[in-house]
Design a protein around this ligand. Sequence first.
Ligand code: PXP
Length: 239
Amino acid sequence: MKRLGVNIDHVATLRNARGEFHPDPVQAAKFAQKKGADSITIHLREDRRHIKDFDAKKICSIKNLFVNLEISIKNEIVKKALKIKPNYICIVPENRKEITTEGGLNLKKNNNNIKSIIKLFKEKKIRTSLFINPSIQDILISKKLGTDCVEIHTGRFANLVKSKKSIKKEFLRIKKCAKLADNIGLKVHAGHGLDYKSTQLLSKIKEIEEFNIGHFIIGESIFFGFRNVINKFKKIIKS
Ligand code: PXP
C-alpha cells in the first residue's frame, strides 16, 4: 500500500508572510493526519524561511503522528534534529539562494559526512532517507552509505508532465532506479514538484512506497480544500 506524506512547509510560508500565528502548521499537521495523510513532512531549513524551530518541536511531539524531518548536512541542523527526535529524517541538499530544493544530494562529495549522519540517526532508531537524483550510481552509493530509504527527486519528471513534453525517458529512468533500489533492499520514496497527473503516472511504479507532496497540495487547497485534496491524492496513489 503506497503512503502519502503531506509536506506542510508552505502553511508556514503563509503564516510567516504576516508574522503572526495563522495559519498554524501544528494545526495543519493534525488536520492532515485526521484526513488521511500517512505522515507529515517538514523541512527545517538553515535560513528558517518557513518551518521554525518551535514548529518542528511541537509537530514532532504530537502523539501518533509520523513526522519526516528534512534536514541538510549542516552540523547545527543535524544536532537540532537529533534533539527534536522526529520519526524519520530525509537528508536533502541545501543552497541558500534556491527557491526550493533543486536537485538531489551530491553523494560523492559528501560521502563521509552523510555516512556518519545516517549512523547517528540509526542509533536513535530514526528512519533515514536520502534525497537523490534518479541515477543508478546514486542508488548504489546510497546503499553503501547505510540508509534505509531513498527519495527520488521527481522535479524533472513533474516539469515534463506540466509542459506536456515527452516523459518516456525520465519515467523509465525513475522506474529503473526504483527497481534497483528495491532489489538491493532500499525502500523507495518519491517527491518534488508533483501534482495529480505526475503522481498518477508515477503510482504505476510498484516499488515506490511513499510520495511526499507539498506545494501543489497547499496551493490546490485554496480552491478545493485541504481535506478534498488529500482525499484525491490518496485515491490516486491507491489506484
Ligand atoms: N521531497 C523533498 C525531499 C523535498 O525537499 C520537497 C520540497 O521541500 C518535497 C518532497 C516536496 O516538494 P513539493 O513542495 O514541490 O511538492
